[in-house]
Every structure is written in structure tokens, then in C-alpha cells.
Design a protein around this ligand. Structure first.
Ligand code: PAF
Length: 282
């Protein structure tokens, strides 16, 4: 694997690859890699000739300074994992390299109402920061295909909107959520869970499965209420558990739609966890 910290060096390497008609796959990450990220690399490797992974803890997408400061950064282990996964290129720039002292964010106000609900409502400005950095990275890497995990489903919709607007040649791949054996969605934040929190955390997936199982109930709201019972209210603060349209993220009250997604966000101790499940009813 070749490691680049400077954009210019990365660009000239990739220009060279493009001149040889190599197909570039891109997996943007913030590091603290786990099996979920590695499955994105594996999928990129299957479809592309050169796989570029970026590790960049993006300051503009954090809504709390403490969260940015304590975000895990195990770079040596990340490099080892990427090498084992046969990733071709790692781009690991500094904040200055990406932002050059200008931390202004892009405005995503006109992206659509789906951006202002769920994570958008809980973390104001978060998606502006995501779009800002993803746009910079896409402009630099100019990938043929990109690979994003379904766990951050709303982020996937945001990135798809960015691609439709500004990067129409890029193919977007939505990659299934990687789960631990007990169902907990893999996340870089899981390492912050205490032993007891880690034991309880799979309740999120139980709740999502319950909602999926209950889709025949008269109203989605009753399915959501039943699902919530799977989550121990003493241990978790539930921010939302919502059954929504997969495309617009509009909350659904009755089961008249085919493409539905159940999304959940909770706080447990100091850790915020999100998860979701798709329901395609054909
Ligand atoms: O999903 C993430 O890890 C980040 O939001 C991303 C897409 C790498 C942008 O910083």
C-alpha cells in the first residue's frame, strides 16, 4: 500500500493510473477501522483496479468539540488493517492539507427536507461538514466508484444528492451494514462502550427487527411503539426510532409504502449509537 499525505502527490499517482485506464474505487473514512470498513474495501477491490481509502477526521462535521477531540485515531493499527486488506492507496492528510486554514462549510440548505430530520435535526451543521469534505475528496480523488456503508443511511442520501448535482460520472455503492455476531452494527464508536453498555447495545438491532416483523400492524406507530419496548429505557435515552420512506425520510404513519426504512438513534452512557434496517415490501 502506498501512503500519501499530500494532495499533489496523490493526484499525480492517480493521473498515472487513469492514463493506464485503471478504474478507481474510493472508500472515504475517518479511521478507527473495523470489519465494516474492511468490507467496503473488499467490495471496492472486487469492482475496481485501484482502491483508495482516505482516513481524515473531519473537524467541520463534528457538532461538539469534545467529540472531535476524543474521536479514536489508532492510525498504526488502521494502516496494518488496510495492508492486510490489500488496499492500494491510503490518503491520510492533515487538516491544513484539506482546509488550508479555511474551515468554511458548504451550504446544503437546498438539498431537500430529508437533510433536516433525524441526524440533521440532532446534529445541526453536521451534513454541511460532511458535504464539504466529501466534495473536496471527490474533486481530488476523482473516483469512478465510491463505497459507503448503509449504517449512515442519511449520509448516503446526502452523498447521492451531491453526486447527482456535481459528480454524475461517479457510481455510488450502498454497502450493507456489517454486524457483530450479536447484531450490534459495527462502528468506530463501539470501543467507547463500557462492558455493561456493550452487553446492552444489541437491543437496538432487536428493536429494528421487531419493527420489521410488525409491518402488518395497522399503523406504523404501533410497530414503532412495540419496537421501543426492546430497548431498556433505564440504560438508553432514545433520540428517535422512526419508520420512514427510504427516499425522502418522511415519517410514515401507515404502511402504504413499499420502500421503508426504520432508523434509530440512542445515547448510552457517553456514546451515541445509530442503526437502521431496510424493509422492501413487494
Ligand atoms: O462516514 C464517515 O466516516 C464520514 O462521515 C466521511 C464520509 C468519511 C466524511 O468525513
Amino acid at each position: 500500500m502506498i501512503l500519501f499525505q499530500q494532495s499533489n502527490a496523490l493526484r499525480s499517482f492517480l493521473d498515472n493510473q487513469k492514463a493506464q485506464n485503471k478504474r478507481i474505487g474510493f472508500v472515504p473514512t475517518m479511521g478507527a477501522l473495523h470489519a465494516g470498513h474492511l468490507s467496503l474495501i473488499a467490495q471496492a477491490k472486487q469492482k475496481c483496479d485501484i482502491v483508495v481509502c482516505s482516513i481524515f477526521v473531519n473537524p467541520t462535521q463534528f457538532t461538539q468539540a469534545a467529540d472531535l477531540e476524543t474521536y479514536p485515531r489508532p492510525i498504526s493499527n488502521d494502516i496494518k488493517l488496510l495492508e492486510e486488506s490489500k488496499c492500494d492507496v491510503l490518503f491520510h492528510p492533515s487538516v491544513d492539507e484539506i482546509y488550508a486554514n479555511d474551515l468554511r462549510k458548504d451550504d446544503t440548505n437546498d438539498y431537500g427536507s430529508f437533510l433536516h430530520v433525524l441526524e440533521g435535526a440532532s446534529r445541526p451543521g453536521h451534513f454541511d461538514g460532511v458535504v464539504t469534505v466529501v466534495k473536496k475528496l471527490f474533486e481530488l480523488v476523482r473516483p469512478d466508484e465510491v463505497f459507503f456503508g448503509q449504517k449512515d443511511y442519511q449520509q448516503c442520501l446526502v452523498v447521492q444528492t451531491l453526486i447527482n448535482r456535481a459528480f454524475q460520472t461517479i457510481k455510488f455503492n450502498l454497502c450493507a451494514i456489517a454486524r457483530e455476531e450479536d447484531g450490534l452494527a459495527m462502528s468506530s464508536r463501539n470501543i467507547r462502550l463500557s462492558e455493561m453498555e456493550r452487553i446492552l447495545a444489541p437491543q437496538l438491532y432487536l428493536a429494528l427487527k421487531k419493527a420489521k416483523q410488525l409491518w402488518t400492524l395497522e399503523t406504523w406507530q404501533s410497530a414503532a411503539n412495540e419496537a421501543l419496548k426492546e430497548i431498556d429505557s433505564n440504560a438508553f435515552t432514545v433520540e428517535y426510532l422512526k419508520i420512514c420512506d427510504q427516499n425522502t425520510l418522511e415519517e410514515l404513519l401507515h404502511f402504504q409504502h413499499n420502500a421503508v426504512i426504520v432508523l434509530v438513534a440512542v445515547q448510552i452512557g457517553k456514546t451515541r449509537l445509530i442503526d437502521n434496517i431496510l424493509i422492501d415490501r413487494d
